[in-house]
Design a protein around this ligand. Structure first.
Ligand SMILES: [Zn+2]
Length: 156
């Protein structure tokens, strides 16, 4: 796919300075972090490179170097903000129009029922409208995560 043409992520990246906090929780000019839309789980994050790539084999050196620390920092922020026990990290990028590489970084809380653990966590994505987190809620949790990430940078 041509970058930007039919790619939701590229359209978002192209205008990212104007995005609300839920769509731009983190942005270092290489990676951007957004709250997943259509989810019923607070803190379900998506990590995307600003460049249109569709497989990890295409990562640049800068993207590769930044990825590991970012996943660790996001996990620490999610533990702090959502009180999760751990995070799940998944890359599939199979839905039509969403082939742009994106990692799901998902908080797994201590109370999560066993049937929703592991791949069952995807039950929380693509929920009916009435179950989805509101934009306001995603902005609120996104801002909290952003604050923790900034504190990490200041070494607090
Ligand atoms: Zn793209």
């Amino acid at each position: 796919m041509i970058a930007g043409a039919g790619c939701y992520t590229c359209r978002q990246n192209a205008d990212r300075a104007k995005l609300p906090v839920r769509e731009r929780i983190f942005d270092d000019g290489i990676w951007r972090v957004a709250h997943a839309f259509g989810s019923a789980l607070e803190g379900w994050l998506v990590v995307v490179p600003l460049r249109h790539i569709t497989g990890l084999q295409e990562l640049s050196q800068a993207e590769e170097v930044g990825l590991g620390p970012l996943l660790r920092r996001l996990t620490a922020a999610l533990v702090s903000v959502t009180s999760c026990s751990k995070t799940y990290v998944m890359l599939l990028a199979e839905a039509p129009g969403f082939e742009h590489v994106h990692f799901h970084v998902v908080p797994r809380g201590p109370e999560l029922p066993s049937e929703l653990r592991g791949p069952g966590i995807f039950e929380y994505l693509n929920r009916p409208k009435e179950e989805q987190l509101s934009a306001q809620k995603m902005d609120r949790v996104g801002a909290e995560i952003a604050r923790v990430l900034e504190a990490q940078e200041r070494g607090i």
